[in-house]
Design a protein around this ligand. Structure first.
Ligand SMILES: Nc1ncnc2c1ncn2[C@@H]1O[C@H](COP(=O)(O)OP(=O)(O)OP(=O)(O)O)[C@@H](O)[C@H]1O
Length: 627
C-alpha cells in the first residue's frame, strides 16, 4: 500500500485518539483590507506589496494562497499570522477571529506556523521530535500519560508509526524522506492543539506524489478536527490543488480571485478566460496573471483587468457582505485559552534535547573533539619533551601561546552547529515555545561538559608530552585555564553568530576577532611595548591575554632553568636572574620580561568569567532585539 493510500486508513484509525485537536471554539477567521507597506529597497519610498486583501476561512476549511513568484503569498500568510510580513513592513487592516479583533498574542496562542524550511533536529527520532515539541509547549497540568498519548496519536495520524524510532537524518546519516519530514514538521506543531494552522509552502522541494501525500494528510486532519488551515502554495499539481477548499489568487500584491476552488474555473471562464481542456487549473490561474512571462505588455493588461474586475465582481461584494455579517461568536479570542508550558522548565528540556543531539550527532561535537585531539597530538609531538634548559624557554612560551590561542581560534568550528541551533530557536520562538533567556541558558549549560572534556583530553595528551611542570595541581590549573579559554571562545562564537547569522560572515568575523585577540594577548608583543591603542582599547578585554598569563605563571612561577655552561663555573644566561652566578634562571625572571606578575591569578580568573558573562549577556540582548 503506498503512503498516500495509507493516509486514509491511519486517519480513520486515529481520529478518536486525537480528541485534543478538535476545534470547537474558533468558527471563523476573517481579514479585510489588509495592506502591507515596505520601504522600497531602491528608491526608499513607501511601497505597497499587498493591497486590500480580504477573505474568510471557516472551521474545517483549507485555503490555498496561490500566485506567481513574488506575488505576495508569503507576505499575506505572514500578515495573517501576525508575523513581520516583510523587513520593516507596516501592516494595516483588520484580522478577526469569531468576528472579534485578534491581537498578536491571541493569534500566536491560537495558531501554529509551519515554516517552509523546517528546523527539525536531524539526530532526533520522529517520536523524540514530537515528544520534545509536546514538552516545550504543554503545561505540566497535562499528565505525561496524556502527553504521550497525544504524541503517539499525532505520529499515527500523519502515518509515521513505522518511522517512529527512525532519526530524521543528518548530512552523514540518511533518515526520513522529504515528504515524511514535512509531515513530521506539521505533526510536531499540532501538539499544542492549534485552531488555525499556517503553512508556508508545505510542498516546496517535494515532487507531485509527495506533495499530494502531505496535503492529503493535512486536509484530513483539518476536516476531521474542524481546524482552519491556510497555506501558501507554489505550482501544485491538479490533485494537490483539489485538496483545498478555497483559493486566494494574488498577483503583484493584488487580489485576482478569492472563493471556492471549484468555482474559480467558472469565474474566469465568464470573464473570458476559459481553461483549456486537460490543463492543470492551478498552473492556468498562475500563468494567467504571471507578469514575469510578459513579452508585449499583454499579460500586464490582462492581470490589471482581472484585478479590477475582481474589485467590482459580485463574488467580491458577496465576500464583503459575508464578512460584515460575520456574527460575533460567543467566544472571543481572549476567551479561548490554550494552555502553554511554564517557562522555567524550558531550559531543562532544551538541555535534555541538546544532550541527545550532541552525543548522537558527530557533527555537533564529535568532529570538534577529533580536531582538538589531532591538534593535541600535533602540539605534543612538535613541542616534545621540552627540557628545563634556557634553550627551551622560548619553545615553552610558544607552546603556551599555541595551546591557548590556537585552541580558542579553532572554536570557529562551532559556528555551523550554533547557527543550526539558532535556526531552530527562531522558529520555536516565533511559535511561542522558547524565549531568548531559556535558549541562552540551555546553550551555555550544554556546552560546559563538552568543553571540559575537550580541555581535559587535549591537556592529557599535550601537557605530559611537552613536559610542562609535572605536578597534579599544575596540570589541573592548566586544564582550568584552557577550559575558561574555550568557554570564552565559544561565547564569542555565540555573540558573533547571533549578530551575523550568515555562516560565512559569522565565520570570518569570529576568525578575525580571534586573530585580533592573538595579536594583543601579550605574547607576540609584550605588554610594556605594545602600542597604547591596542593595549588600552583591546588588550585588557582580551580573554586570551589572561589565559596566557595564567598558563605562564603556572609554568614559570615555580620553576628554574639552567643556563649554558661556557667553561667550568662560567655561565651564559639569556635572562637576568639573581641565580645567574650558579647557572640558573628563575622562571619568575622570564615572567618579568613579559610584565606578568604572579599572584594575580584570582583577578584574571574573575576577569575571564566577566568577559564570558559579557559575551553571553550581549548575545542575549541581540536575540531579544532581533525578533
Ligand atoms: N523592501 C522591498 N522593496 C521592494 N520590494 C519588496 C520589498 N520587500 C518585499 N518586496 C517584494 O514584495 C513581493 C512579495 O514578496 P513575497 O515573498 O511575499 O512573494 P511570494 O509570492 O511569497 O514569492 P515566492 O513565491 O517567490 O516565495 C516580492 O516581489 C518582493 O520582491
Amino acid at each position: 500500500m503506498n503512503e498516500t493510500a495509507a493516509a486514509g486508513t491511519d486517519l480513520e484509525m486515529n481520529v478518536t485518539e486525537n480528541a485534543h485537536l478538535v476545534n470547537d471554539t474558533v468558527t471563523s477567521f476573517t481579514w479585510s483590507n489588509l495592506e502591507v507597506i515596505v520601504q522600497d529597497r531602491n528608491t526608499r519610498a513607501p511601497l505597497s506589496i499587498l493591497s486590500n486583501a480580504t477573505g474568510n476561512v471557516c472551521a474545517g476549511e483549507m485555503l490555498a494562497i496561490l500566485g506567481p513568484s513574488g506575488s505576495g503569498k508569503t507576505t499575506l500568510l505572514n500578515a495573517l499570522a501576525h508575523r513581520a510580513a516583510a523587513a520593516n513592513a507596516t501592516t494595516t487592516g483588520s484580522i478577526l477571529v469569531n468576528g472579534h479583533t485578534a491581537s498578536l498574542q491571541e493569534i500566536r496562542e491560537l495558531s501554529a506556523y509551519v515554516e517552509q524550511e523546517d528546523a527539525l533536529i536531524g539526530s532526533l527520532t520522529v517520536r523524540e521530535t514530537v515528544v520534545f515539541a509536546a514538552r516545550l509547549s504543554l503545561p505540566h497540568t497535562i499528565s505525561r500519560r496524556e502527553a504521550f498519548r497525544r504524541v503517539d496519536a499525532l505520529i499515527a495520524a500523519f502515518g509515521l508509526q513505522a518511522q517512529a524510532h527512525t532519526i530524521i537524518g543528518t548530512p552523514i546519516k540518511k533518515g526520513l524522506s522529504g515528504g515524511q519530514k514535512k509531515r513530521l514538521g506539521v505533526a510536531s506543531r499540532l501538539v499544542t492543539s492549534p485552531r488555525i494552522i499556517f503553512l508556508d509552502e508545505p510542498t516546496s522541494g517535494l515532487d507531485a506524489a509527495l506533495s499530494l501525500e502531505v496535503c492529503t494528510y493535512i486536509k484530513d486532519i483539518t476536516r476531521k478536527n474542524n481546524l482552519i488551515t491556510i497555506a501558501s502554495i507554489h505550482q501544485p499539481s491538479s490533485a494537490t490543488f483539489q485538496q483545498f477548499d478555497k483559493l486566494y489568487l494574488l498577483s503583484g500584491g493584488l487580489t485576482c480571485y478569492f472563493g471556492r476552488v471549484g468555482e474559480a474555473t467558472a469565474y474566469f471562464s465568464t470573464m473570458g478566460y476559459p481553461i483549456p481542456a486537460e490543463t492543470n487549473s492551478a498552473d492556468f490561474f498562475i500563468d494567467l496573471v504571471n507578469t514575469d512571462l510578459d513579452k508585449n505588455g499583454e499579460i500586464r493588461r490582462r492581470t490589471s483587468h482581472i484585478c479590477q474586475a475582481w474589485k467590482s465582481s459580485a463574488n467580491s461584494r458577496e465576500l464583503d457582505t459575508a464578512i460584515q455579517k460575520t456574527v460575533e461568536g460567543t467566544s472571543s479570542p481572549s476567551d479561548i485559552k490554550i494552555l502553554r508550558s511554564t517557562s522555567w522548565r524550558t531550559p531543562i528540556i532544551l538541555v535534555h534535547r541538546s544532550w541527545i543531539k550532541s552525543y548522537r550527532d558527530v557533527m555537533a561535537y564529535g568532529i570538534r573533539i577529533a580536531m582538538y585531539l589531532g591538534l593535541a597530538i600535533l602540539m605534543g609531538t612538535v613541542f616534545l619533551r621540552l627540557k628545563t634548559e634556557q634553550a627551551y624557554i622560548q619553545p615553552v612560551i610558544n607552546a603556551i601561546f599555541f595551546g591557548g590561542a590556537f585552541m580558542s581560534f579553532m572554536a570557529v568550528a562551532y559556528v555551523p552547529a550554533f547557527l543550526e541551533d539558532l535556526n531552530t530557536f527562531r522558529q520555536e520562538r516565533a511559535n511561542g515555545l522558547v524565549t531568548p533567556l531559556s535558549f541562552m541558558i540551555a546553550n551555555f549549560v550544554i556546552g560546559l561538559p563538552f568543553l571540559f572534556i575537550m580541555s581535559l583530553l587535549f591537556s592529557i595528551i599535550t601537557y605530559w608530552m611537552s613536559n610542562f611542570r609535572p605536578s597534579a595541581s599544575a596540570f589541573f590549573t592548566w586544564v582550568l585555564w584552557l577550559f575558561l579559554d574555550l568557554v570564552a571562545a565559544e561565547s564569542l562564537v555565540v555573540l558573533v553568530s547571533s549578530i551575523f547569522s550568515v555562516f560565512v560572515v559569522a565565520l570570518a568575523t569570529t576568525a578575525f576577532a580571534n586573530g585580533l585577540w592573538m595579536c594583543v594577548n601579550g605574547f607576540l608583543v609584550p605588554m610594556d611595548i605594545l602600542n597604547p591603542f591596542w593595549k588600552y582599547v583591546f588588550h585588557y578585554i582580551d580573554y586570551q591575554a589572561y589565559v596566557f598569563q595564567g598558563m605562564m605563571v603556572n609554568e614559570f612561577g615555580r620553576r628554574s632553568y639552567s643556563c649554558d655552561e661556557i667553561s667550568k663555573g662560567q655561565y651564559q644566561c639569556s635572562y637576568p636572574s639573581d641565580l645567574n652566578s650558579i647557572g640558573k634562571i628563575r622562571g619568575v625572571d622570564v615572567l618579568r620580561q613579559f610584565s606578568i606578575k604572579p599572584g594575580e591569578e584570582g583577578t584574571w580568573f574573575g576577569i575571564i568569567v566577566g568577559i564570558i558573562a559579557g559575551y553571553r549577556l550581549l548575545a542575549y540582548i541581540v536575540l531579544v532585539l532581533r525578533k
